[in-house]
Design a binder for this molecule. Structure first.
Ligand SMILES: *[C@@H]1O[C@H](CO)[C@@H](O)[C@H](O)[C@H]1NC(C)=O
Ligand SMILES: *[C@@H]1O[C@H](CO)[C@@H](O)[C@H](O)[C@H]1NC(C)=O
Ligand SMILES: *[C@@H]1O[C@H](CO)[C@@H](O)[C@H](O)[C@H]1NC(C)=O
Length: 420
């Protein structure tokens, strides 16, 4: 009698599963942006930083506070998207198209396309400077720089915008009640939003729950379980402060008729060290905030007023900046030490595959795929626990492949069970 050839061979299942696994793995790498400030005397060479970020972390965007050519060159031929800044003091000058052209010729053209320049920020938190000359020239400078980009046909690759502190808002105790500060609303923000909408560029804000929390609202600020806050006008419940801050910005934009303009988080973060009396300033809190932040903004959950959105986000900051003035916390926002090891673990390192194992159990093919970010020891604990236990030999659901994940802070083990 002729032996029946199985419809699907074990090999093909294994092959398909490994392919699927590779796809799943790629999906798991969520990108995040970071602010690369350089007010320090102990930072590693930019070329090493760029290589490290590109190869070893999930960071896929950096924002620079100027247009330092050494930094721009460092990101050449990396996968990282770069945002540059026109310093505040140059804003009045670049309202002149000749000067704007020169600025672009010097600071943009020599670096593209090998450096992936995607955005140009005109100043930083200009409205908070209360400097009338800068404020009155801000929108004209943005428009003129945009024209200079249009002349070179690169305006669809490089978007012009400017970051704002939440000091531009008033009455933001409830998110729905927040408005832009009177005077700025119609004279600066409205024409700016109009420009941003027309050029398909985002509105950029720098929300810092760190600067808004009290002893009672620390958990609310850190995205930890808490009783939350209800907006008494919309009756929407807020479970974290960042959502409330973003929805305040959204409400203010909506009143001006610009709720369709995208919101980008230009800066947010949490320091690891503060002055002696400060509460909630330690590596654990920083790790909670930034880790939960990454999960939240990339999850697609959105906010109560902006459901299902993800937010392009830039964590402040890449490194501690030891030469910054002000209170201790200002010098201690960094994610990495100067030797490029993480200050705390928030799953920001690119996972490296350290092993794939498969074995058969009755009619099941079990494939285990292990990845880790920083520590090997904990991974082996997980591996041993799983390899020795029976936890994955549960009855199968009707579909062909089931997938289970085990995670601890440093390692991740994905198991696929295939019905063979
Ligand atoms: C713009 O700048 C150029 C070059 O600096 C200068 O020659 C020109 O007079 C300026 N135009 C105006 C309107 O200020
Ligand atoms: C502040 O917001 C609340 C709603 O949250 C609103 O009832 C109140 O009128 C607002 N006050 C001002 C001055 O806009
Ligand atoms: C958000 O996603 C949920 C689930 O997919 C969907 O039911 C809802 O309509 C979406 N809301 C908006 C505003 O897109």
């Amino acid at each position: 009698m002729e032996k029946k050839t199985p419809l699907i061979s074990l090999d093909s299942i294994l092959h398909a599963t490994l392919l699927l696994l590779a796809l799943v793995f790629i999906q798991e790498v969520q990108g995040i942006g970071v602010n690369y400030g350089t007010i320090a005397d102990n930072l590693p060479p930019p070329a090493e930083v760029a290589k490290f970020l590109s190869k070893s972390t999930i960071i896929n965007r950096v924002r620079l506070f100027d247009a330092n050519p050494e930094l721009l060159r460092a990101f050449k031929d990396t996968r990282i998207e770069v945002t540059i800044t026109v310093p505040n003091n140059q804003i009045p000058r670049v309202t002149n198209l000749t000067v704007a052209r020169e600025w672009v010729q010097t600071n943009v053209q020599p670096f593209i396309p090998s450096t992936k320049l995607v955005r140009m920020l005109v100043g930083n938190e200009v409205l908070s400077t209360a400097n009338k000359l800068l404020i009155s020239n801000l929108v004209p400078a943005m428009q003129t720089l945009h024209v200079a980009l249009v002349e070179l046909s690169i305006e669809s690759h490089i978007k012009v915008t400017t970051p704002h502190s939440l000091g531009i808002l008033v009455n933001s105790t409830t998110p729905s009640g927040a408005r832009f500060r009177q005077g700025y609303d119609t004279h600066v923000i409205k024409p700016m939003l109009s420009f941003l909408r027309d050029s398909n560029s985002p509105f950029m804000v720098n929300p810092y729950p760190f600067f808004g929390f009290s002893v009672d609202t620390l958990d609310y600020a850190l995205f930890l379980p808490n009783s939350g806050m209800v907006d008494d006008v919309t009756q929407l419940r807020y479970t974290n402060m960042l959502d409330a801050q973003l929805d305040s910005v959204y409400s203010a934009m909506k009143v001006l008729g610009f709720e369709d303009v995208e919101i980008v988080i230009g800066e947010t973060g949490w320091p690891t060290k503060g002055d002696p009396a400060q509460i909630g300033v330690d590596p654990m809190s920083a790790s909670e905030y930034n880790g939960n932040l990454i999960r939240h903004v990339t999850s697609g959950v959105g906010t109560p007023l902006m459901p299902n959105r993800t937010f392009e986000t830039y964590i402040f900051a890449l490194f501690d900046e030891n030469l910054k003035p002000g209170p201790t916390c200002e010098r201690n926002f960094g994610l990495f030490w100067p030797n490029m090891t993480p200050v705390y673990d928030i799953q920001i390192m690119r996972n490296t595959a350290i092993g794939v194992a498969h074995y058969r159990h009755k009619s099941l093919l079990i494939i285990m795929y292990a990845t880790m970010s920083t520590m090997t020891t904990s991974l082996w604990v997980v591996f041993t626990a799983v390899g020795g236990g029976k936890m994955f030999l549960k009855p199968l659901k009707p579909h062909l492949v089931t997938r289970t994940e085990m995670k601890n802070t440093n390692a991740r083990l994905t198991t696929f069970v295939v019905q063979a």
